[in-house]
Write a protein that binds this ligand. Structure first.
Ligand SMILES: [Zn+2]
Length: 169
């Protein structure tokens, strides 16, 4: 299991250079990270049944898919997505690649079969949760400092120089 220090370094390395807006938008985070590594992350709201996790990451041949619970609040959905993002950056994938067609045009049964194969050890759950909470608390602190990110590139540069992004971007 990684130390908190190692997890914090992983967060910084992941977020650095993504030029994210504040307040944090998890969709933008996933889009930019996917662009940078040349493999998209696709977010799909899905009514996950009781007894299953609220979020599931599946690696398909062309992209990573995060399924997240559609039957909950937007805030909770953001927490679910960033938790799955934590699993991804920590390299927790343990499923073989599944074909994209099984995910995107499935019968209901195929989709549920695929979703039910995700089960992580407690260590991995802890790491994903720590990564998620580090990123969310960094973003909340940075938003408290700077409010929202200006659209103007010069102003963004100044904001960064002044340390408003806590050195994470
Ligand atoms: Zn998890």
């Amino acid at each position: 299991m990684r130390s908190q220090r190692a997890l914090r370094a992983l967060c910084r390395d992941t977020l650095k250079g993504l030029d994210l807006d504040l307040p944090l938008d998890v969709t933008q985070l996933c889009d930019r990270y996917g662009e940078r590594r040349g493999r998209p992350i696709r977010l799909i709201a899905h009514p996950l049944p009781a007894g299953m996790p609220n979020g599931v990451w599946l690696a398909a041949d062309d992209a990573d898919y995060f399924f997240y619970q559609s039957n909950t609040s937007r805030l909770h959905q953001d927490q679910i997505v960033i938790h799955e993002f934590g699993h991804l950056i920590a390299g927790h994938q343990m499923l073989g690649a599944v074909s994209a067609s099984a995910l995107t045009a499935p019968s209901a049964g195929d989709s549920d079969d695929a979703l039910q194969r995700t089960c992580y050890s407690d260590d991995r759950e802890w790491e994903a949760e720590m990564l998620a909470s580090m990123m969310l608390s960094w973003a909340a602190d940075a938003s408290d400092t700077v409010g929202s990110t200006p659209a103007n590139a010069d102003l963004r540069g100044i904001q960064r120089l002044l340390g408003g992004h806590k050195g994470w971007l």
